[in-house]
Design a protein around this ligand. Structure first.
Ligand SMILES: [Zn+2]
Length: 254
């Protein structure tokens, strides 16, 4: 079987190149190439069989799935989410480094009652997280901490822990071994998020992604995720971090 490989895709015209180039030879735009994983094509020929017909369903026969939102222990959080966390959704929480995004989310998951949570950190050690958790108070015994940055390892751990909520702190630290580009690049952030999204949708598990924003207000890199994720919130405060608020920027379920 042929293996998956990576290619560079011009984000302007869609031209595919096996190598990175500064300028697209097709549309002449600069710095438009982004590395993407290209799945190995299925071999054509004798092994190819016609797929079985799928199940098309009459629209009147579709039973509307009731969405059971997960109620978070903070009313403000539930309110900005439009009434709790939607299963299978991807929520991006942005904010300046050091403003307290990790603490807010850790506090939230540690106060959930009886919900299996997997908190993945690529930023802190287990000990650092434990110290912070003790200051907050641990009310949820089923909160798993996993320090890792490799998305393939993270996915296999998710499958073994089977959490009801996944937290990624932060989206900038995780990377796929499939791509040759360094972490923090748009390619890496996008590919890692795509992998998480696939799992979230298939298993109805919500994922909270923490993303750092720079002074200009861009979620550097993660800003390119705005169209992939279901909801984007910005955690803001004044210079003394005295006032803090969650500002919704996008909410597909709101
Ligand atoms: Zn191009």
């Amino acid at each position: 079987m042929a293996e998956d490989k990576t290619v560079f895709v011009c984000q302007n015209c869609g031209y595919i190149s096996p190598k990175w180039a500064g300028k697209c030879s097709n549309c002449n735009s600069w710095n438009s190439f982004i590395e993407e994983v290209q799945q190995a094509p299925v071999k054509s020929g004798k092994s190819r069989t016609e797929p079985k017909p799928g199940n098309a369903i009459k629209i009147k026969d579709i039973s509307k799935k009731k969405i059971d939102r997960i109620n978070l222990p903070y009313s403000e959080f539930n309110r900005v989410l439009g009434g709790g966390l939607v299963p299978g959704s991807l929520v991006l929480l942005g904010g300046e480094p050091g403003i307290g995004k990790s603490t807010l989310i850790l506090q939230t998951v540690l106060n959930l009652k009886c919900t299996n949570v997997l908190y993945v950190s690529g930023e802190e050690s287990e000990n650092q997280i434990k110290l912070r958790a003790e200051r907050i108070g641990i009310n949820n015994e089923d909160c798993y901490i996993y320090t890792e940055t490799n998305i393939e390892k993270i996915l296999s751990t998710i499958k073994s822990v089977q959490p009801e909520i996944i937290v990624i702190d932060s989206v900038q630290t995780i990377a796929s071994e499939m791509l040759t580009s360094s972490p923090v690049t748009v390619s890496q952030i996008r590919e890692s998020t795509r992998i998480l999204q696939e799992y979230a949708k298939e298993n109805d598990v919500p994922v909270i992604l923490i993303g750092h924003i720079n002074k200009e207000g861009d979620i550097a890199g993660p800003m390119s995720l705005e169209h992939i994720v279901d909801a984007v919130f910005q955690f803001e405060g004044d210079n003394n971090h005295y006032y803090r608020l969650l500002r919704p920027k996008k909410n597909r379920f709101g």
